[in-house]
Design a protein around this ligand. Structure first.
Ligand code: 6CS
Length: 366
């Protein structure tokens, strides 16, 4: 892991270099958001795709798959440059680079993005999505969900292209976290949007919003005592090396969104828009399988290391957390307003409807 941390530490300098690089003359069609060109593009065109995760991650697997699909859908007319985490900046900086058109495509996780687009904070709330991941996959891929958020992203110069589930959030600490009392005063790292911290403040914790790159060293230096992330991230970022216990409570899915610069998207020629939409559709299902496999294989790797104890909460234990999490929904609605209330209600209703349909199908099959 040390090489990962060293790489991440040097990113600020690199960010400046990359941004400077982005002002180099670009092929037509890969222009920044401010451009008003109308002439036919000179192919091939290069699109820049920025990731919030390192090589080998769920986002990286998604980007590699997307690269293959877009390059083949476009017959080689589009080329994709992928920038894994550590090469450009923090999640917040990636969002800025997308909004100003320096990168064309990027991942934007609600746990960070909610600082800019408060509506997406709904994905940081606990026990809102289903316990059944197949249902969550359907919710996240639905047009209804895209419609709920498109305007909010557009208001901040971003085009929402899709949501990507990355696995259950898992708590790591140096003790099991079986009840909200176990969180009392616990210095737990959260993602940087205020609503991300609220979820843990509701359990009595002392949340420490921190950029992703700083989590390992903060755990090592005992500036924080706990953190939360999907299994694949706990493995690849080395968090399991500096924590003794993983608690599986399934409080929420880690959901990421894929975005592009809004103006860049609007100005894309029709054929490029078509290739983009086809490639995104191709990647969706594949990426769901990939995250499931990555999370399972990385858990095996962590367990084979023998450094960490795992704890799976019972349904009773989970229901105590569920109960304690409910006031955070009010905090979300209070911050986001009417639109937030509608988003929360519609997601809960969608989950409910799909769960009922699923259970009717199961009954019919039995
Ligand atoms: O915890 C974080 O900040 C990060 N975790 C993951 C799994 N992806 C990106 C995000 O920034």
């Amino acid at each position: 892991m040390p090489s990962v941390h060293l790489r991440l530490l040097s990113w600020l300098t690199l960010t400046m270099m990359m941004i400077a690089g982005c002002s180099d003359p670009q092929p037509e069609g890969s222009s920044t958001a401010g451009s008003t060109e109308t002439s036919a593009p000179e192919y091939p065109v290069t699109w820049r795709f920025a990731l919030e995760e390192i090589e080998g991650s769920v986002q990286h697997a998604y980007a590699l798959e997307f690269k293959e699909r877009i390059e083949s859908r476009s017959d080689g007319n589009i080329e994709l440059d992928i920038f894994p985490y550590g090469s450009l900046g923090t999640s917040a900086q990636l969002t800025d680079l997308t909004r100003d058109g320096s990168v064309h495509l990027a991942f934007a996780s609600p746990g960070h993005l909610a600082e800019t687009v408060p509506e997406v904070g709904v994905f940081t709330l606990h026990f809102v999505l289903s316990d059944d991941n197949d249902i969550n996959r359907q919710v996240l891929a639905s047009d209804e969900l895209m419609d709920l958020f498109s305007e909010s992203y557009a208001e901040h110069d971003m085009k929402l292209l899709g949501f990507v589930p990355e696995g259950w959030m898992v708590w790591t600490a140096n003790k099991p976290l079986r009840t909200p009392d176990d969180f009392s005063g616990l210095k737990i790292r959260t993602m940087t949007a205020p609503i991300s911290a609220e979820a843990y403040r509701a359990y009595g914790a002392d949340p420490r919003p921190t950029p992703y790159s700083q989590v390992y060293s903060d755990l090592q230096l005992q500036r924080i005592e706990a953190q939360v992330n999907p299994v694949f991230a706990i493995e690849e970022m080395g968090f399991y090396e500096v924590q003794s216990t993983m608690t599986f409570a399934r409080p929420a899915q880690f959901v990421a969104s894929v975005v592009s610069n809004q103006q860049w998207y609007q100005q894309l020629p029709d054929d490029q828009k078509q290739w983009l939409s086809e490639a995104l559709a191709d990647v969706g299902e594949q990426s769901y399988q990939q995250q499931a496999e990555l999370n399972a294989s990385r858990l095996d790797r962590i367990l084979s290391d023998g450094n960490v104890t795992t704890v799976e909460l019972t349904e009773d234990e989970r229901s105590r957390f569920r109960e304690a999490s409910l006031p955070v929904r009010d905090a979300y609605v209070e911050t986001v307003g009417e639109r937030g209330e509608k988003i929360l209600e519609e997601i809960l209703a969608l989950v409910n409807r799909l769960e009922q349909e699923q259970s009717a199908q199961n009954t019919a099959r039995d």
